[in-house]
Design a binder for this molecule. Structure first.
Ligand code: AKB
Length: 332
């Protein structure tokens, strides 16, 4: 079948890395479809399999292979890996910070037991395995200004605890079994086409949608809450670049990556350059504010920049420009 044909189509840039077949879990979330698009452009549409437990919209089904995959079902995961001859496993299925606090048992199941299944499958079939981490893997005892890769990590959310667990388990499998495990600690990701679900940094996405729809925005964080952030294109570029770095070039397995840091007040000021009449009010969500107050304000990603050449392209101003260009082209 065409699924099993590994040759690149005429539109694909030829690739030195023996043309991997890639499975993405949780692919209907904020990052999956964008990453699939980027990887399909490099490796061919048939070589990137999107998967989720939800039904995919038509445009996703038309773009390339999409399958049902429940990360809690170890046998089902193995079946997909074998049937599709998967080489790389990118694990995006997870519950984010705020929703995790509201559903602790479910977060433990998905974010901890699910990761165990992913690592087991990756080990058994010798897959390159990427499990993203987050600024949420730090906590109140971590330095908040220029938080380094290696520092105190004592998060107090179930999301953070589960992500530290994933980092440590992946690194353990790497050292014990030689698994090519990789992780990036993402900051808040700002995207136009897909929405985040249940995070603490979601306000930075919502402001654009609400501003355009209603001219108003009610923010759930205090105006001076500074957090590390990144435009989705940079997030996806960092991910693809990191996946392609030869293993021996990595001096660590878990790297911080970031692009900018801003507060809600600073973001609102930038958005007002496109919508001068935007009304912003603040109604603090105590759970989300408490989470944000324990997270880094500025992330130090110098090791990613030194080891594998990470460079961001979007800052606060160009990110806003890009968001309005996507969501409201007549404003730009
Ligand atoms: C969240 O807010 O939970 C996520 C994250 C920073 O990991 N966006």
């Amino acid at each position: 079948s065409s699924i099993h044909n590994r040759s690149l189509g005429p539109d694909c840039i030829s690739e030195d890395m023996n043309n991997p077949r890639i499975l993405i879990t949780g692919a209907l979330g904020q990052l999956g479809s964008g990453l699939a698009k980027m990887l399909r452009a490099k490796f061919g549409p048939e070589n990137v399999i999107m998967s989720d437990i939800n039904k995919a919209p038509k445009h996703i089904l038309e773009a390339g292979p999409f399958v049902y995959a429940d990360i809690m079902d170890l046998k089902g995961l193995k079946e997909i890996v074998v049937n599709y001859e998967v080489d790389w496993l990118i694990h995006f299925g997870a519950l984010l910070s705020a929703i995790g606090e509201a559903n602790v048992p479910l977060a433990m199941k998905i974010n901890i037991e699910g990761v165990h299944n992913i690592l087991e499958v990756a080990k058994q079939y010798n897959l390159k395995c990427l499990i993203p981490s987050t600024i949420g893997a730090f906590g109140p005892d971590s330095p908040r200004a220029l938080t380094p890769d290696l520092t105190i990590q004592r998060p107090r959310t179930i999301y953070g605890v589960s992500k530290v667990h994933a980092e440590l388990m992946g690194e353990y499998y790497h050292h014990k079994y030689g698994l090519d495990f990789r992780s990036l600690r993402y900051p808040g990701v700002i995207s136009a086409d897909t929405k985040p679900g249940g995070g603490t940094t979601d306000y930075a996405v919502e402001i654009f949608h609400d501003a355009i729809k209603t001219g108003k925005f009610q923010c759930f964080l205090k105006p001076d809450t500074r957090l590390p952030m990144m435009y989705v294109k940079d997030t996806l570029r960092s991910t693809v670049k990191f996946l392609r770095v030869p293993s021996d070039q990595l001096t660590m397995r878990t790297y911080n990556v970031t692009a900018m840091s801003f507060t809600p007040a600073e973001l609102a000021e930038e958005v007002r350059k496109f919508m001068p009449n935007l009304e912003v009010t603040y109604r603090i969500d105590p759970v989300k504010q408490a989470i944000a107050d324990q997270w880094p304000q500025v992330l130090d990603d110098s090791r990613a920049r030194a080891d594998w050449g990470w460079q961001h392209q979007y800052d606060l101003s160009t990110m806003c420009q890009a968001m309005f260009a996507k969501l409201k082209p007549d404003r730009v």
